[in-house]
Design a protein around this ligand. Structure first.
Ligand code: ACO
Length: 323
């Protein structure tokens, strides 16, 4: 039985760090309000020459180096993003060119904050279906470019960055103790559009638009949706909260993360938190958190890792994997 195993990971952040205090000069807010309501202390903001594709390519190169591979070893590039360099070509194809890969194929996946979960599950199907041996899965965003910098209810929450993993086909017996992706669960429901959306686009306004959000409404739905997909993963694999070594959640808000972990009975010390340093980087937040916790030695080979995300659409999903 073929499984998709994580062979390497990498990340890339813009050069400029923006601490909360810097935002106090732009909108009516305070470091205290932002930390207390969200857990965010700083975020990285892309400069003019830093784009979703350039950050994504840097993360991809880092993941390839970590895996001991080159672009020649990759069959498919999938990039999860809602902030592409251009409407087309796809950012994944742009990244493919930047890393010197002129074979195979690439495409983007757009599921906002759940994008990386959707991209992993897509890559897993290509690998298990035998169409690809190795897939580079990237989450890269420059949300700073779609923020309304006069809207204090949204502009303090987001940041820019990219993360990537290399997934590789591995033959095994299909046991829960074997390394690789064990199960993926995806959901979406367009009835929630008004709670989190971008008020522009090529086919409506002909502009890029700005992110709009009813934060309290998003908050109200988040914990229930996250626990729904995590419980689905437990049920599909016969595992429980006690079996989890690491919960690596989408990093939107520390209160949402704490609330979900508590409801599921996952101990605080098993939860990877990077929202304090990165803010909400949408589809990039999970691979950035994975690269942080695997890079500093917390996540080790053989650990059972639960990934989850919820975001605009609404979309939500989980991936349970043995690292
Ligand atoms: N600084 C200071 N005050 C602010 C700010 C700010 N940046 N933003 C809003 N306020 C004010 C509001 O105007 C309001 O003032 P009022 O009482 O005079 O009207 C007050 O603070 C409270 O506002 P609420 O919206 O009720 O604050 P809440 O505790 O809900 O926190 C927040 C807001 C942080 C947005 C929260 O609702 C949240 O995190 N929601 C989830 C949204 C999210 O994380 N989205 C990310 C994308 S989706 C995803 O990734 C899951």
């Amino acid at each position: 039985m073929i499984r998709s195993v994580v062979r390497g990971f990498g990340a890339a952040l813009p050069k400029r760090v923006v601490p909360n205090i810097e935002l106090e000069g732009m909108v009516q807010t305070s470091d205290e309000w932002i930390v207390q309501r969200t857990g965010i202390k700083q975020r990285y903001i892309a400069g003019e020459s830093e784009t979703t594709a350039s950050l994504g390519a840097a993360a991809a190169e880092a993941a390839l180096a970590n895996a001991g591979l080159t672009a020649a070893d990759i069959d498919v590039v999938i990039c999860a993003t809602s902030t592409p360099d251009n409407t087309f070509p796809a950012t994944a194809v742009n990244i493919q060119n930047r890393i010197g890969m002129h074979h195979g194929f690439g495409f983007d996946v757009q599921a906002v904050c759940s994008g990386f979960i959707y991209a992993i599950s897509t890559a897993d199907l290509y690998i298990r279906g035998g169409m690809a041996k190795r897939v580079l899965v990237i989450g890269s965003e420059t949300f700073s470019r779609i923020l309304d910098w006069n809207d204090r209810t949204t502009c303090v929450l987001f940041g820019d960055g990219a993360g990537a993993i290399v997934l590789e086909a591995s033959e095994g017996e299909g046991k829960t103790s074997d390394r690789g992706i064990l199960t993926c669960h995806l959901r979406s429901d367009g009835a929630h559009r008004e709670k989190l959306y971008v008020d522009g686009g090529p086919s409506t306004t002909g502009t890029v638009g700005h992110l709009r959000m009813e934060g309290r409404e998003v908050f109200k739905h988040a914990v229930g949706m996250i626990t729904d997909v995590i419980e689905a993963a437990f049920e599909a694999t016969g595992t429980t909260a006690d079996d989890i070594d690491w919960l690596v959640p989408h990093q939107a808000n520390k209160r949402i993360i704490d609330g979900s972990a508590k409801k599921l009975g996952i101990a605080e010390e098993k939860v990877v938190i990077t929202v304090d340093k990165h803010g909400n980087t949408s589809a990039a937040s999970i691979p950035l958190a994975l690269a942080t916790a695997a890079g500093d030695g917390r996540i080790k080979k053989g650990d059972l890792v639960m990934l989850e995300a919820m975001g605009g659409g609404f979309t939500w999903g989980s991936v349970l994997l043995r690292w």
